[in-house]
Design a protein around this ligand. Structure first.
Ligand code: UT7
Length: 329
């Protein structure tokens, strides 16, 4: 018997209540402007967690929607793959906290940190478990509370990021729908272009580290931009070739939402017109692991994704890591 395909049967997303506008940075003393942020990134606003909203609470909201959509209960979940680089705690894993909150009593759970690429990596991991028969119902999460790990004094980064969560339920199918191609890659030689320099176990947090802010996200923006374009192009090319498709065959491209200019460059490279590319970076900013699943859920709910469509997801993030997946709905 041929191996089953892994198919997305339900999606969900959640964001905090508070939408922070570009103009709000003035009150924090940040030397920036709405015009600069819009022109260089396409971002208009981002959601910021407050009042007890956390990475896991947002993930739980998104998960419940995805499970309802898929028609499964918490008791059906075999595995939780929790993609994040901003978990509520460093130990134990956010996935285990989510498992408890959902009451997913038979699920194993772990975190996957490929930064912004975590959800797309997570799809491949979930697919592997389903293809091997080790799991039948997998919950793949991309969730972040980046507002807790960014440097609110650094205009190079603090204007870019937002909080949020997205979730997808993966289940086996034999009718040739589901993930038909995937690609994953990394290059740790480039780690220092986007990272948190200190504050891990090698150099635990000290008052000096806190004072210099080196436990927070630091990014070489221009260099990261170049690698993002190059790597997303590669992720597009390899998965398309693997599936025997061209950009023409893609009904909808859901790229990581870091910067409108990166999205446009990726679409151009793949010869995919912008009306087949989903963009919501204007409303959410860069939500890292959450960006692709938030966009995916918006597409599912708004009718942008219909049965029979071929949808490509592509992401790039710290590491660097980059990945893509092609899913036939
Ligand atoms: O999600 C994972 C991966 N992340 C990404 O893919 C992000 C990749 N990088 C980018 O999206 C862009 O590089 C940024 C949006 C971060 C920056 O845009 P840029 O066009 O590459 O600008 P830049 O870094 O080259 O900076 C241009 C100027 C600099 O001033 P000078 O040196 O030309 O005088 C910056 O100091 O813009 C200045 N600048 C700002 N000005 C106003 C940097 N940040 C700001 C800001 N407001 N927030």
């Amino acid at each position: 018997m041929s191996r089953p395909y892994a198919r997305i049967t339900g999606t969900g997303h959640a964001v905090p209540a508070f939408a922070m506008q570009n103009s709000d940075f003035a009150s924090l003393g940040i030397d920036t402007s709405d015009a600069w942020i819009r022109e260089r990134t396409g971002i208009r606003q981002r959601y910021i967690a407050r009042n007890g909203e956390t990475c896991v609470s947002l993930a739980a909201d998104a998960s419940r929607q995805a499970m309802a959509e898929a028609g499964v209960t918490a008791a059906d979940i075999d595995l939780i793959v929790f993609g994040t680089c901003s978990p509520d705690k460093l130990l134990p894993a956010a996935g285990v906290e989510l498992q408890a909150q959902l009451g997913a009593s038979k699920a194993s759970a772990f975190d996957l940190n490929a930064a912004c690429t975590s959800f797309v990596y997570g799809l491949s991991v979930g697919e592997g478990f389903i293809a091997s028969g080790a799991a039948k119902t997998v919950l793949v999460i991309g969730a972040e509370k980046l507002s807790g790990i960014i440097n609110w004094k650094d205009r190079n980064t603090c204007v870019l990021f937002g909080d949020g969560a997205g979730a997808a339920v993966l289940q086996p199918t034999t009718d040739q729908r589901g993930i038909i191609a995937r690609f994953m890659r990394s290059d740790g030689n480039l780690a220092k272009l986007l990272y948190r320099p200190k504050g891990g176990s090698a150099e635990p947090v000290t008052p000096e580290i806190i004072a210099e802010g080196s436990h927070l996200v630091a990014m070489a923006g221009r260099e990261t931009f170049k690698h993002a374009v190059y790597s997303m192009n590669e992720a597009l090319d390899v998965a398309l070739a693997d599936a025997g498709l061209t950009g023409n065959d893609i009904d909808l491209l859901i790229p990581h939402q870091a910067n409108l200019r990166i999205i446009e460059a990726t679409a151009k490279h793949g010869d995919i017109p912008m009306d087949k590319v989903y963009v919501n970076v204007d409303r959410y900013g860069n939500t890292s692991a959450a960006s692709v699943p938030i966009a995916l859920d918006e597409c599912m709910r708004s009718g942008r994704i219909l049965p029979g469509m071929t949808v490509m997801m592509v992401a790039f993030g710290a590491g660097f890591t980059w990945s893509s997946a092609i899913h036939r709905f």
